[in-house]
Design a protein around this ligand. Sequence first.
Ligand SMILES: C[S@@+](CC[C@H](N)C(=O)[O-])C[C@H]1O[C@@H](n2cnc3c(N)ncnc32)[C@H](O)[C@@H]1O
Ligand SMILES: CC(C)=CCC/C(C)=C/COP(=O)(O)OP(=O)(O)O
Ligand SMILES: [Mg+2]
Length: 298
Amino acid sequence: MTDTDLTVAPAAASATTAFIPAPATPYQGDIARYWDHEARPVNLRLGDVDGLYHHHYGIGDVDHAALGSTDDSAYEKKLIAELHRLESAQTDVLLDHLGAIGRGDTLVDAGCGRGGSSVMAHQRFGCKVEGVTLSAKQAEFANQRARELGIEDSVRARVCNMLDMPFETGQAAGSWNNESSMYVDLHDLFAEHARVLAVGGRYVTITGCWNPRYGQPSKWVSQINAHFECNIHSRREYMRAMADNRLVPQAVIDLTPATLPYWELRATSSLVTGIEEAFINSYKDGSFQYVLIAADRV
Ligand SMILES: C[S@@+](CC[C@H](N)C(=O)[O-])C[C@H]1O[C@@H](n2cnc3c(N)ncnc32)[C@H](O)[C@@H]1O
Ligand SMILES: CC(C)=CCC/C(C)=C/COP(=O)(O)OP(=O)(O)O
Ligand SMILES: [Mg+2]
């Protein structure tokens, strides 16, 4: 079974994940296993707030009035809702940068996780959204949520490698990576986005990247890599790989100041995972940045 076979078996593929392609590399097999087994309360309990399940972080100011007093017995529940609100706000900012998307368009969510961003994109634009993830468990979860919402004809997730996606050349009006580009070679990734995007289409990523002004990846960045088995790229690598693949940045936004309140709030919660200190310290010492890059496919 190859990725290409998925294109000739759409019914089976859309039903769920009946055909699971073999991982392209041993590393991708490790990443598939990682996400198949992931069930952190910080992700599931936030998703339970309204049924949008994210595997990315939050941006924006904390609403302290909504949180109320830490003495309140409902405080932890409010804190979870607030962290989730900030994670959905992050997706809203990503979607803001896709430009004008029509109901008849197709969007590609590369590294879609449990599908929260895909659902939000469909709810905003009314269009088709095609997600891809290495994890069969995540694809099943995302497709189950789409069925529960009655949007399975418009939103689906498939198990496949985002470096070799089962989409026609020029098929997508927009595509994105929401915190998923640190698992792949950027030249390979942007070559594939440039292939599936229509000329004039828009690509958006929100990602963490190491800051070339710092020099090399800091110990905090290395800690984040080890924690998630990923390989964080530098800001320079993003710019270079886009330029080499007909993706011309239209907006580059440093979201680091906007994500710090999320991390500082998360560090006070009962759902901490132990990685909070690495994010906070690396954002503060300037070695790591949280950025949005929106690029035109020219
Ligand atoms: C941190 S999660 C982000 C999920 C989602 N974008 C979100 O914002 O909730 C990283 C995702 O990237 C996916 N991923 C990593 N490497 C991939 C690859 N080569 N092809 C497809 N998906 C990949 C993982 O399976 C996982 O779903
Ligand atoms: C910005 C960077 C470097 C992100 C790395 C990719 C990643 C694991 C994102 C969050 O996933 P998650 O929501 O599953 O993580 P957590 O359990 O920490 O909330
Ligand atoms: Mg999370």
